[in-house]
Design a protein around this ligand. Sequence first.
Ligand SMILES: [Zn+2]
Ligand SMILES: [Zn+2]
Length: 265
Amino acid sequence: MKLTVIGATGSMSGPESPASSYLIQARGRDRASGQERTFSLVCDIGPGAFGALWRHVCPRDLDALALSHCHADHMGDIISLQVYRKWGPGSSCPPLSLLGPAQTLSRVRQIEGAAEPERYECEFAFTQLRLDHAYEVGPLTVRPYRALHPVEAFGLRIEGPSEEDPSRTVALFYTGDTDLCESIIEGARGVDLLLSEVGFTSDETEPDMHMDGRRAGEVARRAGVKRMLATHIQPWTPRERVAAEIRQTWDGPLGFAAAGLQVSL
Ligand SMILES: [Zn+2]
Ligand SMILES: [Zn+2]
């Protein structure tokens, strides 16, 4: 399983990165052809992410898009993917599996300016994410966990074959947007890589919205993760500040998500 960071900037696109988007790929057997191939799952597609994603994978070759929640900074560029698959080279592709919260299609309609009957059936095959359910994307399994955020939101636990030894299963947990809560710690339990939002610094105290570095570090420590990658940092927040806060609660391996960064698991 390989992670490629497409966009990592918090709450918006920034000078160095699109907003939130992560490409997760793994080798597996295609049921239809019986052949081995690379499966591609995209988690979130914030502003600016579609073009950046295209540098890493042809948008025709995606297998699924999973949305952690329907805030614009995590799904705004779905409209570029929709146009590509309705009118562009993707128009001959079968509908793309789209996993997301209940309001996903209405949010796509709002962005496009389309009316209620539009269900995007040529472009997307929508499945509503439900707790305690697992969703398969080739060799990858996606499990949603309840996040603590002002709208319906999920952290996503993704398991798949190790790059080094495909007989071994590795796990990644993407928090999406969330404040610290028990269900997020549960989802992150023991993962090889925690991709954790750090949307706030300790100066920001709005409850049930984002984590500051201390709370994100607490998730890593209490969940017993092997490694942490901090993401969703506002473009004006210095990394050193975030690192200093995380280090108050987490002393394990720490990195920062950046556009183009690849992590082999
Ligand atoms: Zn966000
Ligand atoms: Zn959000």
